[in-house]
Design a binder for this molecule. Structure first.
Ligand SMILES: *Cc1c(COP(=O)(O)O)cnc(C)c1O
Length: 840
């Protein structure tokens, strides 16, 4: 369905990707020969001519670069061809605007997409090179915090695989998400210098730089009887694009990811340089280049820092300018909505709305109303949260200083909007205040989610429950005012990376059973349902899981020196550390089990052996999250070393959870922990990765868990905890955690053990803030769900004891979760929001 047709005559100038007229340029742009010999030749050529070294004297990094460049060379003709087609046919495309792309390693992904895996492996072997060593050499580009950034990466993979024209726009952070280390069990952040050895996947285009303005003031002027506004900026920076190939899976498509890097403008330097202050000139350069220096490591709680707003405006201004210059070109600006939809991935890029208005009104001299009609059609907004503290606001003071013209435009948009609200509802001042894009307290500021909602053609949540809560609880006035604007698109994940690459054993088993089509049509996993009843298939499935565990053990031993025990249930909670995700509930379960052994109430021999794996980074400024990390490590040291446990409970916390580690851990997991407080997790995507790799979920009725459970069935999912309405009721009634503490002996004993200093060498003060938070001040109601969680874990133990039934459930999880392919998410965006036809 998404296969493309190859042009009939690749030699004709009309179809030539370069479109050049020189006779030599008329030769087809083809990659190297698709053979082991061809690959070896190109590899050696790259090693010699691009790296300037002979094989005999090459470093691992030289060889990795030459290999990556060779893969690139095979994709290049397709990339050029796609760019040419898009220039010619002018399709409507998707510009995905995202401050984060959590890409993961590229080598294997690009080998898979190009179908070169076997050839490359054999070619490397012939050169005496271990391709695994090449894989290990790649530093993953960690240009995102967690789920939101990984979602963007899955989406651009799916768009390329579905032949939808797309440019992903974002920021080329010089330092991505920090590298997490532990010192005495506490998180210490190290800079992620992912570019130190260079990246073979990027194509810098300094000649394509866009100039981005900041600061200054606005003024009005007379333009032949028309009064216009203009922005007189105070300073500029250059945005230099770096292009990355985004190959579709075996379809010959290559889309583009374009990330912007900040450099000082010549003019800026010169002005200061002329003042004779050399030091100041250098400082100015550093100042400009700071903009793309580092990814803000806050997940869910933005800090509202000026540099962050600079980053946001920097990349969207460059992206809009780039799109207009390189894609719209000289075409009528009124046709813009036929050519592009800018999808806003959360509020980070929302400053693009007033930016497009500024370009249309101030630079292209459109009437305000005409410009607004165009702008409204060109944007759509995805909301990713329900936490009020995560909804971004910018103080009017800061915004006015950095982007004075944009602030004026936002005020005008708001005035017009509130006029419409008044027209409809009369002078309902309460409603007006609630719906205003400008909030007055605690300081006057711009609510970016409201701006996006007013401007966007559509607003979507990321799972059914989340979208419903958005409509009913977060933005009810807007839902009433804009009927039909709100919609849902449940998130998804790319099965290419998270099943095929991460779990080759399972992929082979699936393909043997149902053929290859499932990787681009994931609903076909349904055909596995009948295999759940087949004992041979179950045995093979169990063997794949066991092999994945062995592979994980090797990785954890090599990476962290962990010795992992065989025969344990693997119970995994990997995701950002946040109180709403409730890693503390998991800790209380572990401490409860531990306490029941050490107090002698339960024989160690009667406990189901489990290895608990945590993976989680905490925002560096999030003190409670860091304390919880400390506690997990502290509980691990005590539990793992206590002989009374007889090795039946093991707590492992490999540091620096990232995409590469996710690809190893998830395929090995038996149990997936998705235990957020109902109504707090917008969707989750980790939950989907686990289910599609044959782990069973223990989870609350939250985010996409709801849809997972509906699909896999209650028998194949361990549900516990309050529903969202129950959470609301308990909160409204006045939640008293101490009542739950008093009422449950196990809970009391676990809490008391932590409070006693048992995990902190007797020092009661270390974890006291966690204990008192849970007892007196917990917004996320850990204690209220504790007893239900412990009961569900007992059901997990009972179910795991019947290996055959467990495996059957695991197979049914795989078979029934095809819905969670990001290809399906993309189809939903296309049908409900974008209306972009696939390219032929
Ligand atoms: C999928 C993924 C996430 C998101 O996990 P959730 O459980 O949905 O929060 C975060 N980090 C990495 C590295 C991922 O691959």
């Amino acid at each position: 369905m998404y296969r493309r047709t190859v042009p009939e005559n690749p030699n004709s100038p009309a179809t030539h990707p370069l479109g050049a007229t020189h006779p030599l340029a008329l030769a087809p742009v083809t990659g190297p020969a698709s053979s082991v010999d061809g690959f070896v030749r190109q590899f050696l050529r790259n090693l010699n001519y691009e790296r300037g070294v002979p094989l005999s004297a090459s470093s691992v990094n030289d060889r990795y670069f030459a290999l990556a460049m060779t893969v690139r060379d095979y994709l290049m003709a397709r990339w050029l061809e796609d760019l040419r087609r898009q220039r010619e046919t002018k399709p409507k495309g998707v510009c995905y605007l995202s401050a984060e792309y959590l890409l993961g390693r590229q080598l294997d992904n690009n080998l898979l997409a190009s179908g070169l895996g076997e050839i490359a492996t054999e070619a490397m072997a012939q050169c005496g090179i271990d391709i695994d060593e090449m894989r290990a050499q790649e530093v993953e580009p960690g240009l995102g915090n967690g789920g939101l950034g990984r979602l963007a990466a899955c989406f651009i993979d799916s768009l390329a695989t579905m032949s939808v024209p797309n440019v992903g726009y974002g920021i080329r952070y010089e330092y991505g998400i920090f590298r997490q280390t532990f010192v005495d069990g506490q998180q210490v952040e190290q800079p992620d210098a992912w570019l130190t050895l260079g990246s073979p996947w990027e194509f810098p285009h300094p000649e394509g730089a866009r100039k981005v303005a900041f600061g200054g003031h606005t003024e009005t002027y007379d333009d032949g009887g028309v009064t216009r506004s203009r922005w007189v900026p105070g300073w500029h920076v250059q945005a230099v694009p770096y292009n990355y190939m985004v190959p579709g899976y075996l379809n010959g498509r290559v889309n583009t990811l374009r990330l912007w890097s900040a450099v000082a403008t010549d003019a800026f330097d010169l002005r200061i340089f002329n003042s004779g202050d050399y030091e100041e000139a250098v400082r100015a350069q550093t100042f400009a280049e700071n903009i793309s220096k580092v990814l803000y490591p806050e997940d869910s709680t933005p800090q509202g820092k000026e540099l962050r707003l600079q980053q946001q405006y920097f990349f969207v201004a460059a992206s809009i300018s780039d799109f207009l210059a390189t894609t719209l070109g000289d075409d009528d600006i009124a046709t813009l909505p036929d050519r592009v939809i800018f999808q806003l991935n959360d509020t980070h890029p929302v400053i693009a709305v007033p930016e497009l208005m500024r370009v249309l009104v101030d630079e292209r001299h459109l009437e305000w109303d005409a410009a607004w009609e165009i702008t409204k059609q060109c944007f759509a907004y995805t909301c990713h949260t329900l936490l009020p503290e995560a909804l971004e606001v910018w103080s009017v003071d800061l915004l006015g200083r950095l982007l004075p013209r944009h602030l004026e435009i936002i005020y005008r948009i708001n005035d017009d909007f509130l006029d419409e609200v008044r027209e409809r509802f009369g002078d309902d001042e309460m409603r007006i205040r609630n719906m205003s894009i400008i909030s007055e307290f605690p300081e006057r500021s711009v609510r970016m989610a409201y701006l996006a909602t007013v401007a966007g053609s559509k607003v979507n949540g990321v799972a059914e429950l989340h979208s419903q809560l958005l409509r009913d609880k977060v933005l009810p006035d807007f839902n009433e005012f804009f009927p039909g604007k709100f919609t849902n698109v449940t998130n998804g994940i790319t099965p290419r990376r998270f099943v095929r690459l991460a779990n080759p054993g399972l992929s082979e088993l699936i393909t043997e059973a149902i053929g290859t089509g499932w990787l681009t049509d994931l609903e076909r996993l349904r055909e596995l349902e009948s295999y759940a009843e087949n004992p041979d298939f179950r045995a093979a499935f169990g063997e794949v899981k066991a092999a994945n565990k062995r592979r994980l053990n090797e990785v954890l031993f090599e990476r962290d020196g962990f010795e992992v025990s065989d025969g344990h249930m693997l119970d995994v909670m990997v995701k950002r550390l946040h109180e709403y995700k409730r890693q503390m509930l998991k800790v209380l379960h572990i401490v409860t089990q531990y306490e029941s052994i050490t107090s002698g109430r339960v024989e160690a021999a009667d406990i189901q052996p489990r290895t608990f794996i945590f993976g989680a980074k905490a925002a560096p400024g999030y003190a409670m999250a860091k304390r919880i990390i400390h506690l997990v490590n502290a509980v691990g040291s005590v539990v793992n070393a206590d002989p009374r446990v007889e090795g039946r409970l093991k707590v492992l916390f490999p540091p620096n959870y990232n995409v590469t580690l996710a690809e190893r851990v998830i395929p090995a997991a038996d149990l997936s922990e998705q235990i957020s407080l109902a109504g707090k997790e917008a969707s989750g995507t980790g939950n989907m990765k686990f289910a599609l790799n044959g782990a069973l979920t223990i989870g609350t009725d939250d985010g996409a868990n709801v849809e997972i459970r509906e699909l896999v069935g209650d028998d194949n999912f361990f549900l516990f905890g309050m529903s969202e309405p129950q959470v609301e009721d308990l909160w409204a009634a006045g939640y008293k955690p101490a009542d739950f503490y008093q009422a449950d002996d196990n809970l009391r004993r676990a809490m008391d053990l932590i409070a006693s200093g048992a995990f902190s060498d007797g020092d009661k003060s270390v974890f006291e803030p966690i204990v008192s938070n849970l007892l007196y001040d917990d917004r996320f109601m850990v204690l209220a769900d504790y007893s239900s969680y412990i009961a569900a874990q007992a059901r997990v133990d009972a179910a795991y004891a019947d290996t055959d039934a467990w495996t059957r459930s695991a197979i049914l999880n795989v078979a029934r979760c095809g819905f969670f392919s990001s290809d399906r998410s993309m189809r939903d965006y296309i049908d409900r929001i974008w209306h972009t036809p696939p390219m032929l």
